[in-house]
Design a protein around this ligand. Sequence first.
Ligand code: ZN
Length: 211
Amino acid sequence: MAQQHKPSVLSQNHYAPSFEAESDEEVYDANKEGLVRGMLSEIGEDPEREGLRRTPLRVAKAMDFLTSGYELSAEEIIKGAVFKEDVKEMVVVRDIEFYSLCEHHMLPFFGHAHVGYLPNGQVVGLSKIARVVDVFARRLQVQERLTSQVADALMAHLGAHGVAVVMEASHTCMMMRGVQKQKSTTVSSAMRGTFKDDARTRAEFMGFVRG
Ligand code: ZN
């Protein structure tokens, strides 16, 4: 009998080791695989030819992984990694790589996030900030909402005086359509608390981001 995996298997790990079939018989998600097979036929391909035979399974696994953020909780990630520390200075994590899918075309957009916060008696492990970015990036997104969601989650669960998020991204749905769009990037920002209210704090953060 073919094994049937739960689609959520991938989302339990933060990183996906592989999208390959574990065996020749493996069925990962019969519904999703059927839909991908239908799509292959619709675009004029032969889903049974050798190179495409396991493509539906790989796509099903890849899509589950790329949308696994729906099943992850930013609150859990932050709450488990917060510790008391009497730091008053701004903490900035720069150049956090992220990969997301645009909700209009389901094509990748990717780039870097820069995150700053002003601690209020507690700080969070730095790697957790990158994980919070992934929680929201691994969903169907628009860049502006992704940016706000990261800022709001950190603001809500970190108890910070303020949070700042800037994201710079390249959207393949724009880049792949024509010439002279390959180098354009979209920049979005979300400022909360002190970063919103105080121009000097905001300027200091932007200085770090550009530096
Ligand atoms: Zn798009």
